[in-house]
Design a protein around this ligand. Structure first.
Ligand code: C2E
Ligand code: CA
Ligand code: CA
Ligand code: CA
Length: 279
């Protein structure tokens, strides 16, 4: 029994080491990415369900590494959130996304909003407002063309403080969307007090909307509540026609999902905008 215990200990300690090594590797990749400007912003269209046209886009970061290829955010964002590097990554994404949106505006390819994800750590920065203002000044993007996506998890930790920060951002003219709605148990009484424009229903709820009556009822309720509060709704992760037609029937304003397009790089997105113009 003793030796089995010893073995077990060894097993755990090896896997912990492997984990630590893996974390170090990822951290090094992030630092390399920041140093060598390897973070690229991809864009996914948001489609207006009434007109069928592109209503906006979400900026989604990737780490384009010369040896490892395109690394998805799920592989480095969680660690970056732990070690604080997300602040620097987030700033790069915000700058690049605002530059791109302003370029598309100047080319008269797009006049809507670009949505950028804001992590909890960025949201908590005392000089968040100044940082965003300086990027808007640098890129010359009007604040009305920027939307910040904040997760439900970010704002429910300290809701009173979060309301103050959101008020500041909103006063600047920036739009706010509550991301991953339905995953963070935010209370409805707070929802009413958040100065947000949009609710994004998490993909997890959209996935089985055409198969599960419970999920359908849940999404139906979320949309009804959002509309009663004057909020617009985006359904995330829409992959097939049956999900799309249900969201349409429920009067969801916009969708985002592979059914229309996955996130693509700036050049490919420019092509998408050019094609839209011909419609
Ligand atoms: P999110 O903000 O919920 O973004 C939506 C994710 O769903 C994106 O994954 C998008 O590519 C994916 N998606 C959209 N439509 C579909 C679909 O129809 N099917 C499937 N299977 N997936 C779909 P992505 O780009 O891998 O990003 C994952 C998460 O990483 C994001 O979830 C967000 O939480 C985080 N993230 C990405 N970029 C940034 C960033 O610049 N800053 C921060 N803080 N987080 C980011
Ligand atoms: Ca998002
Ligand atoms: Ca989301
Ligand atoms: Ca999500």
């Amino acid at each position: 029994a003793k030796s089995a215990g010893g073995n077990r200990y060894q097993f755990y300690s090896e896997s912990l080491n492997r984990n630590a090594i893996r974390q170090l590797e990822v951290e090094n990749l992030i630092r390399e990415g920041l140093r060598d400007d390897l973070f690229e912003v991809y864009y996914q269209p948001k489609i207006d369900l009434k007109s069928g046209k592109m209503a906006g886009m979400e900026a989604l970061v990737r780490l384009n590494h010369p040896e490892h290829g395109l690394i998805p955010p799920g592989d480095f964002i969680p660690l970056a959130e732990e070690n604080g590097l997300i602040v620097e990554i987030g700033e790069v994404v915000l700058r690049k996304a605002c530059f791109a949106a302003q370029k598309w505006r100047r080319q008269e390819l797009f006049e809507g909003r670009v949505a950028v994800n804001l992590s909890s750590q960025q949201f908590a920065l005392p000089d968040l407002q100044q940082r965003i203002e300086s990027i808007l000044r640098l890129t010359q993007l009007p604040p009305g063309n920027l939307e910040l996506e904040i997760t439900e998890g970010t704002v429910i930790k300290q809701p009173e403080k979060a309301i103050k920060v959101m008020m500041q951002l909103s006063k600047m003219g920036v739009s706010l969307a509550l991301d991953d709605f339905g995953t963070g148990y935010s209370s409805l009484s707070y929802l009413k007090r958040f100065p947000i424009d949009t609710l994004k229903i998490d993909k997890a709820f959209v996935d089985d909307i055409d198969k599960s009556d419970r999920d359908l009822k849940m999404v139906d309720s979320i949309i009804t509540i959002a509309h009663n509060m004057g909020l617009s709704v985006v359904g995330e992760g829409v992959e097939d026609a049956s999900q799309l037609s249900i969201l349409k029937a429920l009067k969801c304003e916009e969708i985002q999902g592979f059914i229309y397009s996955k996130a693509v790089n700036e050049q490919a997105f420019t092509e998408l905008l050019r094609q839209e113009e011909l419609l």
